[in-house]
Design a binder for this molecule. Structure first.
Ligand code: LLP
Length: 386
């Protein structure tokens, strides 16, 4: 929560920067931990959402594992203290170098996305004389009802082994002597707020688990991916996602024995609400048809609005008691028309130097920053440094 007291402490700081509220983070982690732990569920944090050191430290300390999508993420997770036995490595394009590195770290499992990848991992593991643990990523063909850029579980998406290849895949697996199939992996997409999507996913998971078991392959781990969405409209009032409702769906609808483990890969829901991008108004431009607030942060610091037309709540945290409100297009300094955080945003009358907070930016914010236009390296401030 950013109140006027916190805004005053930002006054001397160079902008733009990411502000991480570690109290919000810890409260979120505790809620997720309580709701998953009591059901015996395992949570792996998806590093791709944010690999800021301080956040990773808190997430590791609560006992979650790590879901990684590059060799560097695997390395980062291990360096930050995650137990390699709780690290998974996913992604459609793992290089030989990355696979070899992960094999050396003896990670929990590779989430494998194609028959060819299976064969490569088998070959590399056999050269090292080790066994690679593998979960097979199956494309469940469930519509996540979210932005098409972040839907991953449909037949038209590049992710996962296509259903038509699974018969062949099961046969290849039997021949791969350096591979141990530990489970099945699914992921339907991100920013999912419609809980019925997860219920549909459970139905597919049950079907595919039975399919493998009927063919004599035992499945120990059911990894159902991540995707739980957050309330971007309400970063303060409803900061903690409803983890109870989320885990309850899987508890009720996933068919499993006491020996079968259920794994999750949550990213956004754990870290989005603890982060804000804090920026200053450089210029106020009253155009012919529009009023513009030109900020010192742009799409280079937070790309989501430009890339997905994503909504982030925008607040003027310097001008709290001004009653008059007008509509601004809030834009950045980058030479692209898409460099816009919001159009016709109602804000108190604003002036040069005012601090603007762009909320719910803890996930897929800092990690997606770029140096386009030779922008400065992104800065950050933690709540315990104020
Ligand atoms: N597991 C897999 C296999 C994934 O592909 C993803 C996200 C996750 C887990 C974590 O999903 P989450 O719980 O965070 O929804 N840059 C986009 C989001 C891309 C998500 C990619 N995959 C955004 O800013 O909305």
């Amino acid at each position: 929560m950013i109140n006027t007291g916190i805004a005053a402490k930002f006054a001397e700081k160079e902008t733009p920067f990411y502000y991480y509220d570690l109290n919000v983070l810890n409260k979120t982690l505790e809620a997720a931990h309580a709701a998953s732990h009591k059901r015996g569920f395992h949570v792996h944090y998806a590093l791709k959402a944010n690999f800021n050191d301080e956040l990773l430290k808190a997430i590791q300390e609560i006992g979650f594992g790590a879901d990684c999508v590059s060799g560097n993420e695997v390395k980062k997770a291990i360096e930050c203290g995650f137990d390699s036995k709780k690290v998974t490595f996913a992604g459609v394009g793992k290089s030989d170098k990355e696979i070899n590195y992960a094999l050396d770290q003896n990670i929990f499992a590779f989430n494998v996305e194609s028959i060819q990848e299976l064969e490569v991992i088998n070959e590399l593991a056999s050269k090292k004389g080790v066994k690679a643990n593998v979960a097979l990523r199956i494309n469940p063909n469930v519509d996540a009802h979210t932005h098409h850029y972040i839907t991953t579980g449909l037949d038209e998406n590049k992710f996962g082994v296509p259903n038509a290849d699974l018969e062949k895949c099961a046969a290849v697996l039997k021949k791969c002597e350096s591979i141990e199939l530990v489970g099945l992996h699914f992921h339907v997409g991100s920013q999912i707020t419609d809980m019925t999507v997860f219920k549909s996913l459970c139905v597919k998971v049950n079907e595919w688990k039975n399919w493998f078991e009927e063919r004599g392959t035992q499945i120990r781990v059911l990894n159902v991916g991540g995707g739980l969405g957050i309330d971007y409209k309400n970063p303060d009032g409803n900061t903690i996602p409803d983890f109870e409702a989320y885990f309850d769906i899987f508890d009720r609808f996933l068919e499993r024995t006491a020996q079968q483990e259920v794994h999750f890969e949550l990213g956004r829901a754990l870290v989005a609400q603890c982060g804000s991008l804090v920026s200053r108004v450089l210029y106020v431009k009253n155009g012919v048809k529009k009023n513009f607030l030109v900020l010192d942060a742009g799409m280079t610091e937070l790309m989501r609005p430009a890339l997905y037309q994503a909504y982030h709540k925008i607040e003027n945290i310097s001008a709290t008691d001004s009653a008059e409100s007008i509509n601004y297009d809030v834009v950045g300094p980058i030479c692209e028309s898409s460099d816009c955080f919001g159009k016709e945003v109602p804000l108190p009358v604003s002036k040069r130097g005012d601090l603007i907070a762009i909320r719910s930016a803890g996930a897929y914010g800092e990690v997606m920053a770029s140096r386009y236009n030779l922008r400065e390296e992104i800065r950050f401030v933690y709540s315990n440094q104020l």
